[in-house]
Design a protein around this ligand. Structure first.
Ligand code: NAD
Length: 354
């Protein structure tokens, strides 16, 4: 892998490498863009098969964080960390060594939870650095970000409904949800409150059991969720599920869900548009979690402020739809443009000598 060329092409600022054989840690921090502020992004612990695989992941994910925070109007840049290890093998020493690695960045990178991380890890990391957010509520933190992510997806869905049906009420709307995990559970709470009709599926029988116990309609075969006649299809499980195989099967007018990187390729946004399906760009609609943890930084966490800021996802989705229509581009392209314009404008502001 030609790292420097990849970084230059994709606009990365910095890549940091850390090892401590004594505690068995090998980790990378990637800082993509700090024009808007310090680079925020979670630490992922994963048994990567190779250094190349870990590097590609950390570089790709850090760029995604730049876009997510910028689109949410936060004064934060994009970063990410990966630890090459099996999450089950994590130790206090490893996490504290990682905390020192974060501290050594002097605040250019702020860490938080990601795949393979627990609140216990965050507590250990916080012993070594103050540049950590997403702490448990009992430590003055904001707790589980899924609550706000679910609320943001709900707001984004309403903005899409307004565009497609001329009303943002979701009453009576059938919403097919792929994955009934943390975010989807909070989302369903809002949907039921508004009189919508969620239909859920999951590969985990325990999640389906929980759904049935709540009186929800369930699709037993997870792969059949793409064929459900619905108003909104909501991907809340995995990435890359909008592709050549699934898009022709969709029977909805809107795609709006929390999963990251839903489009397998950029061209799939065009495929959705051709089918007359409105796509809510994932990094815009699932930003509730990052908005939530950003409100822990440098101030006591304020849930009301987090709800208010997350509700603006509605306005951002509206703006993206309007830009896409005016410029004849896909909503995915409009979302990218929105971010790139904000970063370019702030870069100009920062260029002024004071
Ligand atoms: P989760 O692990 O609680 O839920 C995901 C659910 O999807 C699980 O129940 C899992 O069994 C199910 N699933 C996996 N593969 C499936 C498949 N092929 N078909 C149907 N179900 C399947 O995770 P979560 O925190 O709810 O996050 C869901 C998605 O949203 C992830 O892609 C995550 O990266 C993204 N996301 C989450 C947050 C957050 O605040 N938690 C923020 C932004 C983005």
């Amino acid at each position: 892998m030609n790292i420097l060329e990849y970084m230059e092409t994709h606009g990365h600022e910095q890549l940091c490498v850390f090892t401590d054989k004594g505690v068995g840690i090998r980790a990378f921090i990637a800082i993509h863009d700090t024009t808007l502020g310090p680079a925020l992004g979670g630490v992922r612990t994963w048994p990567y098969k190779s250094e190349d695989e870990a590097l590609m992941d950390v570089l790709r994910l850090s760029r995604g964080m730049t876009y997510k925070s910028a689109a949410a109007g936060l004064n934060l840049g994009g970063g990410k960390a990966v630890i090459m290890a099996n999450p089950q093998e994590k130790t206090e020493a490893m996490m504290r060594a990682f905390g020192q690695f974060v501290e050594s960045q002097g605040g250019r990178y702020i860490t938080t939870e990601d795949v393979g991380a627990t609140t216990q890890d965050m507590e250990w990391i916080a012993q070594e650095t103050s540049h950590v957010t997403g702490l448990p509520v009992n430590q003055g933190g904001s707790g589980d970000p899924s609550v706000m992510t679910g609320y943001g997806v709900y707001q984004g869905m309403k903005a899409c409904a307004m565009e497609v049906w001329g009303t943002d009420s979701l009453e009576g709307r059938i919403i097919a949800i792929q994955g009934f995990g943390k975010v989807a559970s909070y989302l369903v709470g809002h949907l039921l409150e508004e009189g919508a009709r969620p239909i859920v599926t999951d590969i985990n029988p325990a999640a389906l059991k929980r759904a049935r116990e709540q009186g929800l309609e369930v699709v037993e075969d997870p792969s059949a969720i793409y064929d459900v006649e619905c108003d909104i299809f909501s991907p809340c499980a995995l990435g890359a599920i909008l592709n050549d195989g699934t898009i022709p099967r969709l029977k909805c007018k809107v795609v709006a869900g929390c999963a990251n990187n839903q489009l397998l390729e950029d061209s799939h946004a065009v495929a959705l548009r051709r089918r007359g399906i409105l796509y809510a760009p994932d990094f815009i609609i699932n930003a509730g979690g990052v908005i939530n943890i950003s409100l822990e930084l440098g101030q006591p966490y304020d849930e009301e402020a987090a709800l208010e800021k997350t509700a603006h996802i509605y306005d951002t989705v509206e703006r993206v739809i309007s830009m896409a229509k005016t410029e004849g581009i896909t909503t995915a392209q409009a979302a990218d443009r929105l971010v790139e314009e904000r970063i370019a404008a702030m870069r100009r502001v920062k260029g002024i000598y004071l």
